[in-house]
Write a protein that binds this ligand. Sequence first.
Ligand code: FMN
Length: 377
Amino acid sequence: MSDTPTGSHLFTPIRLGNLALDNRIIIAPMCQYSAHEGTPGDWHFMHLGTLALSGAGMLIIEATAVEPIGRITAGDLGLYSDENERGLARVLHALRTHSPIKIGMQLAHAGRKASSREPWNGGAQVAPDAPGGWLACAPSALPHAAHEAPPAALDADGLRRIRTAFTDAARRAARLGIDGLEIHAAHGYLLHQFLSPLANRRSDAYGGSLENRMRFPLEVFEAVRDAFPADKPVWARISATDWVEDGWDIDGTVALSQALKARGCAAIHVSSGGVSPQQKIKLGPGYQVPYAARVKREVGLPTIAVGLITEAEQAEAIIAGGEADAVSLARGILYDPRWPWHAAAKLGAQVNAPRQYWRSQPRELKDLFANTHFGAR
Ligand SMILES: Cc1cc2nc3c(=O)[nH]c(=O)nc-3n(C[C@H](O)[C@H](O)[C@H](O)COP(=O)(O)O)c2cc1C
């Protein structure tokens, strides 16, 4: 039996640091490749607006680049200019006016995976000298795929510039009233490139041993943690494994998570892969959950499990079984933006819905929506 009035573990509130979420369903960050010079437009009102009405505990805004050359594509969202900040302020105002959902943001730098086409345009690298392309930067001058143009290896000035860019973006996020920040250290982007021996061949203090490879991601975490209000959580998204022999692995993930915990990290969002085209992923329902479970068990931080979690009962079992503290959904919630409503209906729980939609509550589920009251003349 759960200790909740509804009996559902998934719909039991949770705290990430001081941030209280109504339930344990989190909307995973999802790039939309639809910004202009990093600034959100009408698409973001529609997309984030839809997701904000889902009843999930938190919505994490897509990978948001901290500098222009850290964008995956030219359409990535950014938070490096006043215009970006103004654009986001408008979107956030609309979300906040109509939804109580907690709003996180993923701060990101693409490293060597920058300067790409949008997925719907094939996703390939745009060469640095091609129209719309730029020279990417990375721990080492190694391309993501052998046939691609190599990035420039970052020197001390470059590392400083990127740390500062993360700090500046965190300050802008604080001004915007973002409820929590996720540092993107997964999926083969810049911070994961530092962690993985497949991408990091440096011979200075930032490469070689595990301790050295963790150094830059930890410096970035500390810089963001310092720049963001102390009463709001900062956490990290990590790839638990590269799915390549001799790549980054779960032991490194546990060590990194412990080091993050010591620096005030509020949670670990456990994903995998993305650093190498050689990866051999063993896909299946909840395929990354065992990694989240190991981080939870060995590190003791709240963990967020993600990856092919599509069913309410599956999500409920992950939380009830103590494998993770929360789940996040990406494709499943794009497919069904009312996923949390349907999950609450299946699990006998309650969920927030906008008052304009209260009358949609099915006849046989009179207590599905929280705090409703109706009247008519
Ligand atoms: C359209 C789309 C965009 C994504 N963009 C991001 C992103 O910005 N940051 C990130 O960490 N992961 C991103 N991902 C990965 C998802 O957050 C998630 O980890 C992955 O899709 C597995 O979860 P799922 O099986 O629920 O889709 C994206 C996935 C999709 C489908």
